[in-house]
Design a protein around this ligand. Structure first.
Ligand SMILES: [Zn+2]
Length: 132
């Protein structure tokens, strides 16, 4: 059974408590380990703008806001064989666990790997967001 490192827990600070609870339950059940990358939790508008300017996020933080700014999104990476992995098969395994636990908790959670092109114009497999 896996659990978050202190570093990952620190990166979850400020995130919606329901989303944190979901991720803690998911990692305990996940067949593979995973963690929270830098910028994977709550972001300020300034940080969001920096990520937009770097080309790593579609949201500029002001006109287009990320769910990360309200603490309603989390990014993950897989941790396999001693190193970080963003391979689709690893992220899809994590998503399966996260979405099944979310259903049990009656939470409306979307996985970036299933986003349509209208919002994200592509795939965002490390990303999970909670909606009202
Ligand atoms: Zn994200």
């Amino acid at each position: 059974m896996f659990e978050f490192s202190n570093r990952s827990l620190k990166r979850l600070e400020g995130v919606n408590p329901q989303l944190i609870e979901l991720m803690k339950k998911a990692i305990a059940r996940s067949p593979i380990d995973f963690g929270i990358p830098a910028d994977g939790g709550k972001r300020t508008a300034e940080r969001q703008k920096e990520l937009y300017d770097k080309g790593v996020s579609k949201c500029d933080g002001t006109i287009t806001k990320s769910y990360h700014q309200s603490g309603n999104a989390v990014d993950v990476y897989a941790y396999v064989d001693g190193k970080a992995s963003w391979d689709v098969e690893h992220l899809a395994m994590i998503a399966g666990v996260v979405l099944s636990v979310a259903a049990e908790m009656n939470l409306n959670v979307r996985w970036g790997g299933t986003f349509g092109s209208r919002v994200f114009k592509g795939w965002d497999r490390p990303h999970f967001e909670i909606r009202d």
